[in-house]
Design a protein. Structure first.
Length: 270
C-alpha cells in the first residue's frame, strides 16, 4: 500500500512538473544554461536561467537579461543591464568583466531572467549520460532473476552512472585562471571558482584562499618553486569540501544497508 501511494505521488509530481514546463514554454519562456563565469556569484557556471520575454522599455539597470549582441550570429549572452541611454538603447556588463562594447536595442534582447536555479544547468548538461546510463542499469537489473540481488545491481550501477557524469563534466570543483602577473619579487594569481563546491588556492608564502561557486579571489606566490628557483611560481587549486558534506556523504553510504536491514526485519515471520 505504501509503495503504491509513493508511486502515485511520484507520477503526480512528474505530471505537475511537465505541466509547469509546458506552460512556461507556451508563454514564450525559455531556459538558458550559464557556461561562462562572467556573472560571478549572481549566476555561476552551471546555473539554469528562466528567461521570459518582457517589454524592452521596462528594463532597468541591474536586470539580468539574455541577448544576442549586434553581429553575434545567434550567440547569446546573459549579463546585467549597466545603463539605459537617452535613445533607449542599453549597455550591459558582467559582474566580473568590463562593460560590453555594444549597445542593445529591442531586436537584440531575448528576455529577462525571472528565476535562477544554481547547479541545475549541470544536470541538464549531464542528462544524456544520466538517462542512458539509468536505462542500461535498469535493463541489467531487470534480467537478474533473484529479487534480492537486484538492489545491489541498481546501487552499484547507479553509482557508476553518477561517477561517469562527474568525471566527464566535472561539475563539482573547477576554477578558471583570470590572470597571473608579477608582483614585486613574487607573482599574483587571480582565479574564479566555476564548480559547485568550494576550492582552495594555495601558494608558498601566503595564506590559502577559499572560493565559493562564482567567487573571484587572488593569491600571491612569494617564493619560487621547482627546478628554476627564482623564476617559477606555482599556485595549486584543490577542493575545499566542508565537513558537513563529508558527514552527509558517509551517512548516505549507510542508507542502503540500513534500509535493507529494516526491510528484512519487517519481513521476518512473527
Amino acid at each position: 500500500m505504501t509503495r503504491r501511494i509513493a508511486a502515485w505521488a511520484g507520477v503526480a509530481f512528474l505530471v505537475a512538473f511537465i505541466v509547469v514546463l509546458a506552460g512556461w514554454r507556451a508563454e514564450g519562456g525559455r531556459w538558458v544554461r550559464v557556461e561562462t563565469p562572467s556573472m560571478g556569484t549572481r549566476a555561476p557556471v552551471g546555473t539554469l536561467l528562466w528567461v521570459k520575454p518582457v517589454t524592452f522599455s521596462s528594463l532597468k539597470p541591474g536586470d539580468l537579461i539574455t541577448f544576442t549582441p549586434p553581429g553575434g550570429h545567434g550567440v547569446t549572452y546573459s549579463h546585467e543591464v549597466k545603463k539605459v541611454f537617452p535613445d533607449g538603447t542599453l549597455a550591459t556588463q558582467g559582474r566580473i568583466t568590463a562593460q560590453d562594447p555594444w549597445r542593445l536595442g529591442p531586436q537584440n534582447v531575448v528576455g529577462k531572467t525571472v528565476m535562477r536555479w544554481p547547479g541545475a544547468g549541470w544536470l541538464v548538461l549531464a542528462a544524456p549520460v544520466l538517462v542512458l546510463g539509468s536505462l542500461v542499469v535498469a535493463g541489467v537489473a531487470g534480467r537478474v532473476r533473484e529479487r534480492e540481488a537486484r538492489m545491489p545491481v541498481l546501487l552499484v550501477g547507479g553509482a557508476l552512472v553518477i561517477v561517469t557524469a562527474l568525471v566527464v563534466y566535472r561539475p563539482l570543483t573547477q576554477a578558471d585562471r583570470l590572470s597571473f602577473v608579477p608582483v614585486g619579487s613574487g607573482a599574483k594569481a587571480t582565479y574564479v571558482s566555476t564548480g559547485m563546491l568550494p576550492v582552495k588556492l594555495s601558494a608558498k608564502g601566503s595564506e590559502p584562499v577559499v572560493l565559493a561557486d562564482g567567487e573571484v579571489g587572488s593569491i600571491v606566490a612569494k617564493h619560487a618553486t621547482g627546478v628554476e628557483a627564482g623564476k617559477q611560481f606555482t599556485v595549486s587549486v584543490q577542493p575545499a569540501i566542508p565537513m558537513g558534506w563529508w558527514i552527509a556523504l558517509v551517512a548516505a553510504c549507510f542508507v542502503p544497508g540500513v534500509a535493507s536491514t529494516l526491510r528484512r526485519r519487517t519481513n521476518l515471520p512473527s
